[in-house]
Design a protein around this ligand. Structure first.
Ligand code: XIL
Length: 362
């Protein structure tokens, strides 16, 4: 059953009154983003989206694009060599369609959340056919329905023994750096309509390690473009952290995005959130700190016209991976996303709306 507030909120979202008209509901983030020529959306938690009607209603209201948080990763979607489990992602795709939102795929090639059978079965001899088969099957299932796909996730990890900064993964071990070319070529064939994205993290701050990673990522992207590999966009995860916030320099982000756009790539912010561990416990103070991180970051990022979408990694503090990943020492629940645990809009929501409005105003 929808409770009254949820019902009113979802009804308001369907009402015909134009945004800003007297009596109209305040426009959702997707409307602020659309006015700036952007998509706004969030990672969707599968279980809650089925069972928590208030979550579903708020998700439908705020988001113009959805990305499954986990159910399209190799382990969940391809649990055995001959078995795919598309039911959860089908449910999310259906939810997106019914609510007039786009959907994007995350992720085909990643070293984490792989099915255990992969390590036992994949060898030098069969790696290419397993990789291509997986991409063909998963992308083929959603052909024509995906806005974009994170084809390869987190392939770069400098500081190891390799001069190209590529991360050691089963695919690199078996196929060498060409595994990326193989993955993007298979992806382009499987769904020619989807925007093909390379997605990565740890690129946000003015720190030596992150500067080295930015250089390695740019090097990778440049190589792919030079070899005419079908790559269309770069995904910036943007997992921000209060601990590092004094190391944020807008000009560093602007320069990085400028170089990516210079390669002819679009840019998406794919997993935005802001860990609040090092902020004070007081809610108002903490919300101000988190909002400031969102606003400073987005203001710098949105200056680049190659940026086409902003997705947060979750919508509400009720469901966020940071509750486990970045627990606070004082035990207070984290406050890291645009909506609080009761789906109320927080200062971070307002900060996002302001950043979108500023881009819309030109
Ligand atoms: C995270 C999910 O949010 C968690 O639920 C899961 O346990 C682990 O993965 N970078 C990514 C995402 O690309 O897939 C990760 O998602 C967060 C970091």
């Amino acid at each position: 059953m929808l409770n009254r507030r949820t019902f009113l909120k979802s009804a308001a979202c369907l009402a015909a009154a134009p945004p800003g008209a007297p009596g109209a509901a305040p426009p959702p983030l997707r409307a602020h983003a659309a006015a700036a020529g952007l998509l706004y959306g969030a990672a969707a938690a599968y279980g809650p989206l089925q069972n928590d009607t208030a979550y579903a209603a708020n998700f439908a209201e705020e988001c113009g694009i959805l990305v499954p948080e986990n159910v399209l990763k190799w382990g969940p979607v391809h649990p055995e060599p001959e078995r795919y489990n598309f039911a959860p992602a089908d449910f999310l795709a259906d939810f997106a369609r019914k609510n007039q939102m786009k959907i994007r795929g995350h992720t085909l090639v990643w070293h984490n959340q792989l099915a255990p059978w992969v390590a036992a079965t994949v060898s030098k001899e069969n790696a290419r056919s397993h990789l291509e088969g997986h991409i063909r099957a998963v992308m083929g299932h959603f052909k024509g329905r995906m806005h974009s796909w994170d084809v390869v996730n987190e392939a770069v990890s400098p500081g190891g023994q390799r001069s190209d900064g590529l991360r050691k993964t089963p695919w690199l071990d078996h196929l060498g750096p060409e595994y990326l070319d193989i993955a993007y070529s298979a992806a382009a064939e499987a769904d020619p309509g989807a925007l093909l994205v390379y997605n990565d993290y740890g690129l946000d701050y003015d720190e030596p390690g992150q500067e080295a990673k930015r250089a390695a990522v740019l090097n990778l992207l440049r190589g792919l473009k030079q070899r005419a590999v079908p790559l269309h966009a770069f995904g910036m995860q943007a997992h921000l952290s209060a601990r590092q916030r004094t190391h944020f320099r807008p000009e560093t982000l602007r320069r990085f995005f400028g170089e990516i756009a210079g390669l002819g790539l679009k840019i998406l912010i794919t997993e935005l959130d802001a860990a609040d561990q090092s902020l004070p416990e007081d809610n108002a103070e903490r919300d101000r700190g988190v909002a400031e991180m969102y606003e400073n970051y987005l203001t710098a990022a949105l200056a680049n016209q190659a940026l086409i979408a902003v997705l947060t990694w979750g919508l509400t503090d009720k469901y966020t991976w940071l509750a486990n990943q970045n627990k606070r020492a004082d035990g207070a629940p984290v406050r890291v996303l645009p909506l609080d645990r009761d789906f109320q809009r927080k200062p971070a929501w307002q900060a996002m709306a302001r950043a979108f409005d500023a881009r819309a105003a030109g």
